[in-house]
Design a protein around this ligand. Structure first.
Ligand code: CDP
Ligand code: CDP
Length: 226
């Protein structure tokens, strides 16, 4: 049985926070696939200038390289040997990442990295979060979760996470930016954001992080032996 839990959902729905804590409780590893798309975007912005033919992005990724490195219980993104976990959260990367993530060749490359990373974990399970983990990357994952929350709640969470003021105008603007990225991710031709038909859909709007983590851990304990 493939020891993978797939967690998908729109931006700022709580995927990474939930996946990280679930992995800790199960003693598994956490792989944030969005971090790899972000690291690739950072590398393309810094090295390729305007316009990104997919093959050049993939060649660049191989050459630098752009990769995920397992450190204790999570995979962290590296570009040319440097940890870019902080750098990839910037506004410039966030604004451009969906464009790069719509390129089919780039997705094929990212998916291959994810499968290799899971293989390298052997018997240790991996909690993988993203947009297409349950539908495309690991459709055979025994547990698939699709997290949602209202756009305003997600905007508030993101502002709070960044330590910014949570006032009405900022929530409106952040909510619009999230909606634009979700629309791009949901409407692209390849691997659009959507729940797998057998995913457990969890609306977290009125949940605490602890509640949703407990729920996923309970489901996992019922499904995965040992
Ligand atoms: O954390 P946040 O929700 O802001 O986004 P992320 O998970 O870091 O993903 C950034 C972007 O990468 C998304 O908006 C998608 O365009 C892309 N992505 C994807 O296409 N497929 C995935 N499995 C993960 C991310
Ligand atoms: O990965 P994704 O973009 O889906 O979300 P995230 O980076 O995990 O960010 C979600 C933020 O909302 C984090 O600061 C969480 O602590 C917070 N949060 C949550 O995930 N779930 C709740 N029920 C409440 C808050």
């Amino acid at each position: 049985m493939l020891r993978v839990i797939a967690i998908d959902g729109p931006a700022a729905s709580g995927k990474s926070s939930t996946a990280g804590l679930v992995a800790k409780r199960l003693g598994w590893a956490h792989l944030d696939s969005g971090a790899l798309y972000r690291a690739l975007t950072l590398a393309a912005l810094d090295n390729l200038g305007e316009g990104w033919p997919a093959q050049r992005v993939v060649d660049l990724a191989e050459r630098l390289p752009v990769r995920l490195v397992l450190a204790a219980d999570r995979f962290r993104p590296e570009v040319a040997g440097a940890d870019v976990a902080e750098a990839i959260r910037g506004e410039r990367v966030t604004r451009n990442v969906s464009t790069l993530a719509a390129l089919p060749e780039v997705r094929t490359w990212v998916n291959a990295q994810q499968r290799l990373a899971v293989q390298a974990c052997g018997d240790r399970g991996v909690v993988v979060d993203g947009r297409d983990i349950g539908t495309i990357v690991f459709p055979e994952a025994p547990l698939k979760i699709f997290l949602t929350a209202t756009p305003d709640e997600r905007a508030r969470r993101r502002l709070f996470q960044r330590g910014e003021a949570v006032d009405v105008e900022l929530v409106r603007r952040e909510s619009e930016a999230l909606a634009a990225r979700d629309a791009a991710d949901s409407n692209r031709r390849v691997a659009p954001l959507k729940p797998a038909t057998d995913a457990v859909v969890l609306d977290t709007t009125a949940l605490t992080l602890e509640q949703q983590v407990t729920r996923v851990v309970e489901l996992a304990r019922g499904l995965f032996p040992g």
